[in-house]
Design a protein around this ligand. Structure first.
Ligand code: G3I
Length: 361
């Protein structure tokens, strides 16, 4: 009996498992990108402040890809017609180039963060379809061309599917003025501007069956028309309550069956259920990061990354949406001032215990 126990202990030691703590001794020299080097690049959404000082160092230690969180969106980058504000996007691109990491461009066409001039003429009247498409063409060519040697992948069209499962395309200004054509045109022009760039359709709640089916229909239709789409950007704003493993695997297999690449473009796992509409914090609304929530979040992160690894041949990038719990968009949305803890680094930029659930398998 004693012999068996000693042999077991030797085997356990050699394979690095420790019965008291399932996480082996942390190798602090390795970052997420190193653990995943045989799988896919690991990215992070950043603003122009994150790339300096200790946050900049953390990015370079852990990640090998960045996505500008806001700096390349239409309103921030072309606030007035043909007047471009490049500074913030340029600084992120320069940081990535200097440090030889990838850049995903986000995004070329979206119904949010649009500048006030975009859909109207000088008299405040809604522009014609031709005018709007010309504006789109000019924007896409200008932005894609500037970052041609830097950005390897673009989110070309963002969130065009309606939230209402009985509807198909979102009734946005884009759709009201152009019908479905704005989607085709955005991809065609992005491809003309940079034929080497990978081009993604990017959306949220894509794992939910009712949305997944409509995104699938959209992409299948684009491919049938020979529109140059490389892949699906699955945003992955998830929570401790969703998705299930089965839902996630079904979605990956379904999009891969179209011959598309899959990127998880905006990963975070909220401690609250997903809500769409902005609302005020309720009196006594509890935002404590309890041990129970930590355990649920750890289980969810562990599951989703094990699925990512399993389907690595289809997945060519996984990007977190924000760097740490110090500053996440989920502190403001959908409830202003309700603290959230959706990421792998804590409010002091340190690795959380859940980090080890992602890098050890
Ligand atoms: O830059 C202005 C600043 O000048 C002003 O003083 C301040 C006052 O509110 O607002 C600042 O702009 C904010 C901007 O983030 C930069 O911080 C906007 O109000 C705020 O609405 C904006 O939120 C962004 C949101 O997209 C807009 O819808 C979030 O940071 C960004 O994380 C989020 O990202 C989106 C993805 O692009 C697409 N998928 C969903 C994801 C989360 O909503």
């Amino acid at each position: 009996m004693k012999k068996i126990f000693i042999s077991f202990s030797i085997v356990a030691f050699l394979f690095g498992c420790n019965s008291a703590n399932n996480h082996p001794k942390p190798n602090t020299n390795k970052g997420l990108k190193d653990y995943y080097k045989n799988y896919f690049p690991i990215g992070v959404a950043v603003n122009e402040h994150n790339i300096t000082g200790v946050q900049g160092k953390l990015i370079l230690k852990e990640f090998n890809s960045v996505t500008p969180e806001n700096a390349m969106k239409w309103a921030p980058i072309e606030p007035f017609q043909n007047v471009y504000f490049w500074k913030n996007a340029d600084s992120i691109v320069a940081f990535a180039k200097r440090n030889h990491i990838r850049i995903r461009g986000h995004n070329l066409c979206w119904h949010q963060q649009t500048p006030p001039w975009l859909f109207v003429n000088k008299n405040g009247k809604t522009v014609s379809k031709d005018t709007l498409l010309q504006r789109l063409k000019s924007h896409v060519f200008t932005v894609v061309n500037r970052y041609k040697d830097a950005v390897y992948a673009w989110d070309v069209v963002n969130e065009a599917i309606d939230d209402d499962s009985t509807k198909f395309l979102r009734n946005s200004k884009w759709y009201q003025i152009c019908g479905e054509d704005f989607i085709d045109s955005a991809f065609v022009w992005a491809h003309e501007a940079d034929p080497k760039a990978q081009l993604f359709y990017n959306d949220y709640n894509v794992i939910r069956p009712q949305k997944r089916e409509r995104v699938y229909k959209l992409l299948k239709g684009l491919l049938a028309k020979k529109i140059p789409v490389t892949g699906i950007g699955i945003q992955a704003h998830w929570s401790v309550y969703e998705p299930t493993q089965d839902e996630l695997e079904t979605a990956i297999k379904e999009f891969a069956s179209l011959g598309l690449k899959v990127q998880f473009t905006e990963v975070d796992i909220s401690i609250f259920p997903w809500e769409k509409n902005q609302r005020a914090k309720k009196p006594n609304e509890n935002d404590t990061y309890t041990d129970a929530l930590k355990a649920k979040q750890a289980a969810e992160y562990k599951m989703v990354f094990s699925v990512f690894r399993k389907y690595k041949k289809y997945i060519n990038s996984v990007t977190f949406w924000n760097l740490s719990d110090k500053d996440t968009w989920l502190d403001h949305y959908p409830v202003e001032g309700r603290k959230n803890y959706p990421l792998l680094f804590d409010t002091a930029l340190q690795r959380k215990p859940v980090y080890w659930d992602v890098v050890k398998w």
